[in-house]
Design a protein around this ligand. Structure first.
Ligand code: CA
Length: 229
């Protein structure tokens, strides 16, 4: 359940906001003091904060700025101050929205939902960022399937790329050619494990400064290969 914090010193307004938010299925905490509100906002995890500006303890501008310095949470300012300058200041301090009193509680709820949905999208898209492996000048973007060595991009075939990523994802682990063959070419594959040797050679030509003295994929004689972290 999404959690909302209301920081508002006028009891009737705080109750109105709370009622509408709860009717929309949110869990609501409400505090009437700026300083106390800031403390709660920083200590607990809220999905949205509704903030008044004229508050005892600490004014809403300061509360807004300090929450924003520490947290990525949508903040809606609801204030009796109608001056454009207050709106500009509030948004400049990191508030996501500014509504003036008297306000429509259902519009507040609609805006609250929109901001929460937008933040959720932002968070999930940043989590879907490409997975990148970086080891001593070798950079592999496993999502985009691109490889750079010392800043220069190299082209890899599908199997070369899969083999490199598998080894680089398990650094310092020794794999036999059989294990690598099964891992990359699959159990059902018919083929010669010498394929692994050929692919390792191709990868080394692309990423090693000196293929005869490899710094990334090391040959463990009589056993297999190991990626050095
Ligand atoms: Ca107030």
């Amino acid at each position: 359940m999404s959690k909302v914090l209301i920081i508002e010193d006028e009891t009737s307004i705080a109750e109105l906001e709370k009622d509408y938010m709860e009717l929309s299925g949110f869990e609501v905490d409400s505090v009437a003091d700026g300083e106390e509100g800031l403390k709660k906002a920083l200590e607990e995890d809220y999905d949205l904060i509704v903030l008044d500006l004229m508050l005892p303890g600490m004014d809403g501008f300061d509360v807004c700025k300090q929450i924003r310095d520490e947290k990525n949470v949508p903040i809606i300012i609801v204030s009796a101050r109608k001056e454009e300058i207050d709106k500009i200041r509030g948004l400049g301090l990191g508030a996501d929205d500014y509504m003036t009193k008297p306000f429509s509680p259902s519009e507040l709820v609609a805006r609250a939902k929109a901001h929460m949905a937008r933040y959720e999208r932002l968070v999930s898209s940043s989590q879907e960022k490409n997975k990148v492996i970086e080891i001593r000048g070798l950079k592999i973007d496993t999502t985009a399937r691109r490889v750079w060595i010392r800043g220069e991009e190299k082209n890899f075939t599908t199997k070369e790329f899969d083999l490199l990523v598998f080894l680089a994802s398990h650094p310092n682990h020794v794999y036999t050619k059989d294990e690598l063959f099964r891992e990359i070419w699959g159990m059902e594959s018919v083929g010669d494990i010498a394929t692994v040797t050929v692919h390792i050679k191709k990868i080394r030509e692309k990423i090693e400064a000196d293929s005869s003295n490899p710094q990334y994929i090391e040959t463990i004689w009589g056993v297999g290969y190991r990626f050095q972290a």
